[in-house]
Design a protein. Sequence first.
Length: 815
Amino acid sequence: MNHPIPKQTRIVVVGGGIIGCSVAYHLTKLGCRDVVLIEQGELGGRATSFAAGLVGGAPQAGLRKLIDASAKLYASLEKETGVATGWKQVGSLVLAQTEAHMIQYRRAVPLAQAAGLDVNLITADQARQKWPLLETNDIRGAMWLPADGRVDAKQSALALAKGAEQRGAIVVTGVRVTSVLRKEGRAVGVATTQGEIAAEQVVLCAGMWSRQLALQCGANVPVYPAEHPYLVSKTVAGANADLACVRDPDAAIYFRTDDSGQIVLGTFPKQSKPCLVNPIPADFASAPLPEDRSYVADAIKAAQHRVPTLATDGFEKMVNGPATFTPDTNFIIGELPEVDQLFVAAGFNGHSLAYAGGAGDVLAQWVLAGEQPYDLWGVDIRRFSPFQNNRDFLRSRVTETPGLQYRMAWPNYELESARGTRKSPLYDRLNALGAFHGSKMAIERPTWFLRGGVKPAMDYSFGRQNWWECLAAEHRAARENVAAWDQSSFTKFMLKGRDAVRVLDRVTPNHADIPVGKFVYCGMLNARGGYESDLCFARISEDQYYIVSGSAQPTRDFYRIHKHILPDERATITDVTHAYGVLGVMGPNSRKLLDELTDADLSLKAFPFSSAQWHSIANANVLMIRITYVGELGWELHARMDQIQGVFDAIQSVARKYDLAHAGFYSINSLRMEKAYRAWGADITTGDTPYEAGLGFMVKLDKATNFIGKEALLKQKAAGVKRRLASFVVEDPDAMLWGGERIFRDGKFMGTTTSGYYGFTLGRAIAFGYVKSDEIITPEFVTGAKYTIDFAGKQYPAQAMLQPPFDPKNEKIMI
Ligand SMILES: Cc1cc2nc3c(=O)[nH]c(=O)nc-3n(C[C@H](O)[C@H](O)[C@H](O)COP(=O)(O)OP(=O)(O)OC[C@H]3O[C@@H](n4cnc5c(N)ncnc54)[C@H](O)[C@@H]3O)c2cc1C
């Protein structure tokens, strides 16, 4: 492994921890032999060396298959490479102390089973039979995952590196990458302590060092280390090596036995300790961090309760290592949006071993194919913006995210740390009116407004949460009268230049060459015809477009459009999210209310649906856009951020007269579900095409431009689709859905709901889901069957519809 470093290669992998070794291994396994892995110390010698060795965990939508892939890999590596990994398939027990956790498991287990995972719900007694030392009096049940296990982390890194070397990779240790070389917007190699290596692609697997390496070349990888300790007990009678790994999420602890009869106990404390040294020195994490027993006091107490013999046997050592955490508890992979051909896999939140095998495989596929193999939005680097890479933000956030590893998967969970980073100019005004703020992309935005003495806090449950009546009032106001939302968090871009129309025509399937003043709903597709995003745009002059997209997509959408501006094209895209505020005024009385504030003719004839016009409101020039995501007559008012307060105050001046209700983002969700408006990232994803999603109207196959995805859609249109998105309306008015529930068609499992919520006008829970057929799907196939939706084991009959459940003929909008 002490090769001289080559001058040139195809791919450089930076970092020889478990992740870098796995990426190098999988790149070579996929046939790319021209790989150099560079490690500043020794392989697996940093965070990897501290790992407690658990490979497994609770089933998590979409990601659990990566853990399964890791387990399979560790089991086979020794045979392949001759390096022992210490793999032992002992299984996992995930305990539940509360009924809420049991509901969570009853929702998750059947889904995981349907996806082919070996997992079962078992009783507390069955859990004790598997782990006789367990105290189970306060346990309501558990998940049993027999395929999980434990492994020696460092040995596994060595085995992966050996596998990579056997297929031609060069592995270099004791050499530090000092910077990523960047030329004309792309990575072209690395500089090291022993000279430069030219490369076509660079993959950062530098653990907690990834952030500073990325920053040096103008990119953002928001990761931050925090202390993550475990303890090792004295020898415990009965703690034999074959016992399963146990997780007790309600107590924030995990433990396993080892080959010498000791128990290794780890914890994700509710309040974690960030431990960044800035910059992180090259030799950091070569030795454990100082011990702090007070940090693990709660864990010890919980463990002594769960395994009573530990109260007498005690712990003989503590290992406090740094692990790397992200702002939202999911790890980070993908191509860095700011630098082409620079990839990353980092921030595994204390679960690197568990994910390394699967994540290394999907990232290797991504690097070699230039596209993610399937929808990985939940872990995609582009879900963040530079705001979340701010040091204070990260430091504050990682006091919370480690402790969330075992938290309840509550619907609408709002993070509490690092709040107030970004605020709309209306923040204080809305607070004074009772707004309860949530946060998206680090910006505060109202989720609901306090009414009728409801306390200003989230009272989480899987049923009707404490804001239910507040939301019902906002929903009714929008349907029956008029409501206003601060939607300033929406992503906004200006695309300007002689060739703007060409660019937009290529990246979207709808017509971009529209008249000035027209506003169009559209998507951006990949080559397979799947949704990379959905957005709207207005042509505001012959050579300028105003583009509006979801609050979660500024990074993803900006770089997607930016990268598709060809070198010889004259067009520039500017992110104007922070330059324009947005107020939505929606409801049957919105026209009357706005008539009082503007001279504009707001009639259907003069201001038709899907159009955008500049008008004065108070002292502001406002781009009034006649569009709706709530299914009502209404306008979005886009005004400069420094004038949006004036627009808001103008609305307030007539608010009482019209009994206007202020509303939050949760009500947008309930309203849009009734109207069957899809949400990108849930109902339409990179794997769903417009024809499958029932949005074929925005695909203009007849336009001359060869837009991205056209070829795939031409084929699909000719062949027909075998899956189709439908709305499901549940018969029982008391049911509640959140998305992720199982759908049964004529008693047969068919898939899961992509979104779920409650429609207050219909008085029923509503969901979206894809209906699948072996043949080309027909409307009769979708609607002519009996459906039930399973919520934690209870079956709710539901009706499938291809038309919106509310206002199917658009009578509420075209007025
Ligand atoms: C106490 C503890 C217990 C844990 N238990 C588990 C567990 O049971 N199961 C589980 O799945 N996970 C566990 N983890 C998490 C896991 O061990 C680590 O977080 C993980 O191994 C990190 O892997 P990595 O490859 O991303 O980082 P690292 O192992 O830190 O690897 C990154 C490598 O990059 C190198 N590098 C950085 N910068 C440069 C540079 N400029 N040039 C060259 N090389 C560079 C570093 O030297 C390092 O070797 C635990 C973590 C801790 C601290």
